[in-house]
Design a binder for this molecule. Sequence first.
Ligand SMILES: [Zn+2]
Length: 100
Amino acid sequence: MRALQLVARVDLKQVNFTVVKELGENNDYTGYFYDTSDGGNGAAEAVFKHLPKLASAARAIALDCNCDTGCAKCIIQHGCPDGNTALLKQLGLVLLDAIA
Ligand SMILES: [Zn+2]
């Protein structure tokens, strides 16, 4: 979310992100960016449009942070419903690299 401000003209109040555990026996999760206003405002579309650039900027933020596993300066999302318990900086870096 922090990287979004660097790559697109999006007010962070206009978009949010959540992770949903998929049904089934596998531990599959899907992340969704979504507009926060009823009827949409185009913010999630801007995320999709700039996804590789966004991933690259997010990766740079995390790499530049001197924490070990993730902190509020790099990957922790305020308001995360599960308290960011599923986040791990090293795995995030692998995923961001693959997307970028
Ligand atoms: Zn950090």
